[in-house]
Ligand binder design. Structure first.
Ligand SMILES: [Zn+2]
Length: 228
């Protein structure tokens, strides 16, 4: 079997999604060089890190982290684009495994019951065919032993283009569009809310506010990347 695999790769070599160089036998999805070029945040073991600071005075969260810093035109952007716009869901697996082991070994994160993704609107979901957080969330949930819950936190409408809007407007824009179909499910649970990139935190805040309506719920936040 290995022999046929080797022959196959000789003719169809696997390439790194970022630099397009041929991958070595033990490399998956991206090469080691590109992986080292991602600038990791080390937030997971850092108290009051920048993700957690983002929500100070806004919503109570237990814990927050992000894997790497998001840089426009950098490897980080390329990687997220491959996942979001080019259908490379293996990026979600790569990052989910990576963050999963980080969280599993963390001394700061207490046991998580559920992992909940920031939902895409149905229309966008249909157009893209997948939520870019699914493979990420599933990989993560396997490693930390939590249940992946989709379809309970839902998005009602697509927001207008948000880039030129002020933060307040943005917040107003997103706060009403998320909705929980089952509040009881989250009672007395610790929920890890996940997203791809955290910028102002407005979307995550709006989602967390819905989850926080459940009795005695704890909410934590983890993303693939953090924008400075
Ligand atoms: Zn590479």
């Amino acid at each position: 079997m290995q022999f046929f695999k080797d022959i196959y790769h000789l003719f169809f070599p696997k390439i790194c999604l970022c630099c397009k160089e041929q991958l070595l036998k033990n490399e998956k999805t991206i090469c080691l060089k590109c992986r080292f070029e991602l600038s990791t945040t080390n937030f997971t073991e850092e108290r009051s890190n920048k993700v957690e600071q983002t929500f100070f005075g806004r919503i109570p969260i237990e814990f927050g982290t992000a894997l790497f810093f998001y840089k426009t035109k950098g490897i980080s952007q390329q990687l997220i684009y491959q996942l979001k716009y080019y259908g490379h869901q293996e990026v979600g697996v790569l990052l989910g495994d990576w963050l999963g082991y980080e969280l599993k070994n963390s001394r700061r994160l207490i046991a998580v019951d559920y992992i909940v993704p920031v939902p895409l609107h149905d229309k966008r979901l249909k157009k893209r065919g997948y939520n870019q957080l699914t493979t990420f969330g599933l990989s993560l949930s396997k490693i930390i032993g939590a249940t992946y819950i989709k379809g309970v936190l839902i998005r009602k409408t697509v927001t207008e283009t948000q880039t030129l809007k002020q933060r307040f407007d943005r917040w107003k824009n997103v706060q009403e569009i998320f909705h929980l179909t089952d509040l009881m499910l989250f009672e007395n649970k610790h929920v890890l809310l996940i997203d791809d990139v955290i910028t102002t935190g407005a979307t995550l805040e709006a989602c967390a506010l819905q989850l926080l309506k459940a009795k005695n719920v704890k909410v934590s936040i983890a993303t693939m990347a953090y924008t400075e």
